[in-house]
Design a protein around this ligand. Structure first.
Ligand code: C2R
Length: 205
């Protein structure tokens, strides 16, 4: 039997997938099982209610919800479950996402949505934040998060070194190949793309 997903990633439309796949990439990197689907509080309200009301019973620990425009998706999910809900505002509207940011963040008291930053960085952070929640009761994931921090540090150092070579006088210039960190990022994305070939509804590992 395939392992059960512990994180649910929902998005309001398939147009959100290029953003929301960033969350999936991170979960995959931490070895966390997830499922992914499209559901809209506006267009498929029954599906959203059913999904949120059954999430805990089905073994989910965290829900990530991404939506653009008048983004009510995360808030409606949060109204139906006691699981932590992470909201990703998507910058797809003519207001560049300011509408989604306010709609996701400005929840009334008692119904929290942990709102990430707009767009791709927000989706990526949603994946990391979900891992951090799960890591409070899972030492393996906690250790992977520690490794991730060290790798991030190394990536910045790689970039700093590369910058040095780029800004050095021509006579001092060394080989400016891709850094190991950049190569790792590329392979991470390649792995996701390979997996995404199965289709967005079958996102769990
Ligand atoms: P289309 O591209 O399908 O027209 O969707 C989606 O998240 C998407 O960014 C445009 C935008 O509408 C958003 N949407 C919501 C909700 N459902 C869809 N904000 C919702 O329930 O909050």
């Amino acid at each position: 039997m395939p392992p059960k997903p512990v994180v649910g990633i929902l998005m309001g439309s398939d147009s959100d997938l290029p953003i929301m796949q960033e969350a999936a990439v991170m979960l995959q990197e931490f070895g966390i099982e997830y499922e992914m689907t499209i559901a809209s509080a506006h267009r498929t309200p029954k599906k959203v209610l059913e999904y949120s009301q059954s999430a805990e019973r089905r073994g989910l620990k965290v829900i990530i919800a991404g939506a653009g425009w008048a983004a009510h998706l995360a808030g409606v999910i949060a109204s139906q479950t006691t699981l932590p809900v992470i909201g990703v505002p998507i910058d797809s509207s003519s207001l560049n996402g300011l509408d989604a940011l306010l709609a996701t963040a400005q929840m009334p008291g008692g119904v929290p949505v942990a709102t990430m930053s707009l767009g791709k960085a927000g989706a990526k952070n949603a994946g990391v934040f979900a891992a951090q929640i799960i890591a409070t009761a899972d030492v393996k994931i906690a250790n992977r998060l520690k490794v991730h921090k060290v790798e991030m540090e190394r990536e910045v150092e790689d970039k700093a070194k590369r910058l040095l070579t780029l800004t050095a006088a021509p006579s001092e210039k060394k080989e400016t190949e891709k850094t190991p960190a950049a190569a790792k990022k590329k392979s991470r994305r390649r792995r996701w793309k390979k997996k995404a070939g199965a289709g967005p509804e079958q996102g769990s590992e």
